[in-house]
Ligand binder design. Sequence first.
Ligand SMILES: [Zn+2]
Length: 297
Amino acid sequence: MRMKRIIMMIVTGLLIGTIQNAQANTIKIVATHSILGDMAQQVGGDRVQVTTLVRVDRDPHTYEPTPADVRHLRDAKIVIMNGLGLEGWMDRLISSSGFQGKLVVASKGVTPRTMTEDDQTIPDPHAWNNAANGMIYVHNIIQALVETDPEQAQSYRSRGDRYLEELQQLDLWASRTMQAVPVQKRKVLISHDAFGYFGDAYGLTFLSPLGISTESEPSAGEIAQLIKQIRQEKIEVYFLESSNDPRIVQQLGKATGARAGGTLFVEALSGPSGPAPNYAQMFRHNVEQLKKVMLAP
Ligand SMILES: [Zn+2]
């Protein structure tokens, strides 16, 4: 009896040791937002341990880092950020954490859209909403993992290639799906300018009251101008965004008679049981939701 117990203890000890070793050997990655976190997980599989700073359903523009974020960065081998001005809070976080690893700007290599706001030309950060740009992000993440953990290069490349293939199919499918919608119906109102890359790639026009960032608020004059434009362009539907305040766009819908088209996931995933638990499903959900609503009589 006693012998049995001793054997059990040894076996349990060995098991715990194995689990601890496996965890110790994984690459710690911090991603600023949930879309980037998912991409890193898709490429890294069980070789990586991913922490996402801006959680699902949250707004990355207005995020305020926490003391736990500082610790996560300090311990990370790789930090993945979007770049193009999305994470205005990131430089300070990096310097206060003493992060020593590899910093990946996932949008590196993307041709940026630019916009003029308050007489300044600024880049549009929402590049992932074009799946072809999503592929550039994934290439950058594969590269970073291969350089950081060359022993597992083969695994990252083969997982990454399969994922890239999936995204390429999504990109082609989105083009075909949107082309099936008559051009005059491909006009939509959303809360902020998060779908410029999507519109350019798949042939839609998006109007929004908030500009590129959710931090600014439109003036009464800008709202009046937008109402005029919505009527002139005969925009019939508006969408809410999962990660920010719906009130302005709802008021515009009311003022112009545009009808509600549901929710789009523009810069944050949903929780695991929602319609956008990963980047590929988020993209698919957005395309399907847009098509369904635009084609409704
Ligand atoms: Zn945004």
